[in-house]
Design a protein around this ligand. Sequence first.
Ligand code: ADP
Length: 614
Amino acid sequence: MTILSIPALIMAVVAFYISGYHLLIYFRRPESRVDLTFAFTALCIGFYDVCCVALYNATSPLEGVQIQRWQLISLSFLSISYVWFVVDYTSMKSRFGPWFFSGVFIIFALIGFFDKSGLAWTDQSLIKNFQFPFFGWDITYYEMEFGKAMLWEAFMLMVFYLYLYLVAVHFYWNKNPKRAKPLALAIGIFFLGMTEDVSVALGYYSFIYTIEYAFMGMVLVMAYTLSSEIVERTKIKQELRDSEAKHKTMIANISDVIAILGTDSTIKYKSPNIEKWFDWLPDDLIDSKGWDTVHPDDLERIQKEFFDLLDQDGSVKTVEYRYKCKDGSYKPIELTAVNLTKDSTINGILTNYHDITERKKAETEIRTLNRDLELRVHQRTVQLEEANKELEDFVYSVSHDLRAPLRSISGFAEIIDRRHKASLNEEGQHYFDNIVKAGRQMGDLIDDLLQFSRLGRKAIKPEPVALDDVVKSATETLADIIKKTDARINIPEQMPVIQGDMTLAIHIFVNLLENALKYRKPNELPIIDMGVEADNRYVEISIADNGIGIESEYHDKIFKMFQRLHSQADYPGTGIGLAAVKKALQMMGGEVFVESELGKGSVFKVRLLKATAA
Ligand code: ADP
């Protein structure tokens, strides 16, 4: 055997090995035909390489041409196998091209095998002799000149590989670029090898092994690609197995039981953790009806919910009912169901549920506690109301009883002041003035207290009250002070009608306007601006003055009883007025607050119910 045939022999062995390997894969996985067609392709390449080995050992053109015939047959079957391999690899739909080329190559194989007329090979011997490029070896091998049919076959092969190349390009653009790349590379290698071989065969230049190299390259590229895909598929399978194991563990360890029901409530799946909560084994319930575990008293309601759910694909419902355990007892559960009848993986109703015994217990406890609390609050409110009423009655009767003796003290003091003051010395007169002043102050205090406690005793019947009348009455009451202080009060042209009590409303406006006049700056004439705002339910009346203002920390305090910010000498008063305003407003469902800064005047805002809203 010539040394030149060794590389071809090695390539033949590799091709057979790859062919056998893919044949085995095909037998293990017959659903994937690509391994079969690839195994055939590699097998034909192996045969072709064996033919090359034989050709390099031929000793005459006559012997050579016999081997060339076998070479041609391998080449034809190789082309047929390869086109079907490409069909499988690209999942190509069109079968016209593959059948056409299969037919063409079968014809060429037949011509090559049977023709003796010189159509395939002429009787001109072709003894090729050339210098091996590396070791200076002199190489001779024996062939016959190509006949017409062989030239046509060479041409058809070029067309064939061009066609395959176009298939690969189409596959690249329209389907799977990642898989198309190695295919295009393999066909490219093939095409180059073929072109070169044809050139060598036509005697343009001399070289050996070209086509064997091209075939080997193609086989290796595709074998590598297919085996990478197998490795990837195995990896994916493993990942799938891992992920399934993970999901199983997750489902077994969550506190919710998971189930799948058919549209007639037949149980198709139950997660194994049901045993932990309700004692059932999944197999106890599979194929039974979901209704069987519903408490009879809940059944009608649950069936209705179930059929409502079935009506709408993808809808979700959460229900609570009593679930039957294996020992026949019932546990309250909360169950969420999703309609996945259109989902091909579930194809039914997916439910998850859990035991809510503890929650139910807690809810009952909370309800009992709430009831107790409500009762206690009610009792305490009644007690407070009674205590408050007693206090108010006490304040009323004390102020009422104090008024008579105080009047007589003040009356006698005034008599003394008129008739006998001159007989007192200066110090005596001073003390006596103080007695008169304190008497008046105490009188004011008692009057205010009486008024305040009368508010609480007044039964009010809300009715529409025109604020125009209220403000008019208030300004009339305060006419003397307004005149004395030379004050200007700007009243909106039209005031709204509120829902409340006329007397209380007058009381409120008298108090606020009186304060606005009283707490004026010493050297400034008082200017009071009244404003109105309204929404659907309330009207808000603002009374803005240009007086001394109030520091923000006292904005809440001034509405409390006896809270005053000034001495009697600076601004006399009792500290009851604003508390009474607040109380009167509360009685009418309104409120009062102040916006003010020290030295910059104050705005008192009163919110009252609108007449129409009542
Ligand atoms: P009184 O006016 O009898 O002292 P009020 O309850 O009417 O009692 O007022 C409480 C305190 O709020 C007053 O002592 C005063 O310091 C402050 N105040 C009320 N109205 C005004 C106002 N318009 N400007 C500045 N301070 C005010």
